[in-house]
Design a protein around this ligand. Structure first.
Ligand code: IMP
Length: 175
């Protein structure tokens, strides 16, 4: 299977490092809790925190909003939750991609009810063309056009998360 990266391994590595610098700059005097959204965040979050020489901790949440289809249902369910309180803490939510924004919007409302001191959002990819709600994204790796992408944590039907680069998924097969 031949695949042409739209974002190469090298470009990802470089940009993740830059994001870490931005986050570090904003994290002076605070100990952020990174809340990774499973499953897609795992390579990104793992690479990101290894570039951050700050005191921080990591938690995960798992949400269900997509099935095997490439369209969001708009219905979001929390299937795995934080393991501890975030009251008064500085939270940085780490997501693989923000598309319509419905998932993130739901999530932020939910996290707000847990009374953290601050909430920031860090997403590897932003697909603004399909946004259906207004969202403030604090750290964005790459802004991409309206296409379905896979790799570096992003899946189609739970496959292709292991690709080290990001590529488009079209016509039922990666291109
Ligand atoms: P949203 O609610 O439409 O913003 O969708 C967010 C979720 O949909 C992401 O966390 C991904 O799991 C999934 N998603 C959206 N676009 C893509 C894509 O291009 N590739 C893989 N997953 C995607």
């Amino acid at each position: 299977m031949k695949m042409h990266p739209i974002i190469t391994e090298e470009e990802i590595r470089h940009r993740v490092k830059e994001l870490a610098v931005e986050i570090r700059r904003d994290a002076i005097g605070i100990e952020p809790i990174f809340v990774g959204i499973l499953n897609g965040c795992f390579p990104f979050l793992a690479d990101l925190i290894r570039h951050l020489d700050i005191t921080c901790s990591v938690e995960f949440m798992r949400l269900r909003s997509y099935g095997a289809a490439t369209e969001t249902s708009g219905v979001v369910e929390i299937t795995a939750d934080l393991s501890r309180s975030i009251v008064g803490k500085d939270v940085i939510v780490v997501e693989d991609i923000v598309d319509t924004g419905l998932t993130m919007s739901y999530l932020l409302e939910n996290i707000k009810t847990r009374r953290p001191r601050t909430i920031r959002v860090c997403t590897l990819l932003d697909k603004p063309a399909r946004r259906r709600v207004e969202l403030k994204l604090d750290y964005v790796g790459f802004t991409i056009p309206d296409q379905f992408v896979i790799g570096y944590g992003l899946d189609f039907d739970e496959k292709y998360r292991n690709l080290p680069f990001i590529t488009a998924y079209e016509d039922e097969k990666p291109v």
